[in-house]
Design a binder for this molecule. Structure first.
Ligand SMILES: [Zn+2]
Length: 60
């Protein structure tokens, strides 16, 4: 866990700081940030896949 200014791109698991964010998407009341338009598109295509990634990752 880092400072509150740090966000994760849930698609590629990259750090995305709030000041660098150009691409973001709201899903179920939360805001997700992305490093690129491609990542944002992928997320919007299948948001549940990416919002649950932490739980799945722990099991793998
Ligand atoms: Zn990304």
């Amino acid at each position: 866990m880092k400072g509150s200014g740090t966000r994760f791109d849930p698609v590629c698991d990259m750090d995305v700081t709030s000041r660098d964010v150009t691409y973001k998407s709201d899903y179920k009341g939360r805001t997700y940030y992305f490093c690129s338009y491609e990542c944002m598109k992928r997320f919007q295509d299948n948001p549940e896949k990416y919002t649950g990634f932490r739980e799945k990752e722990a099991k793998v």
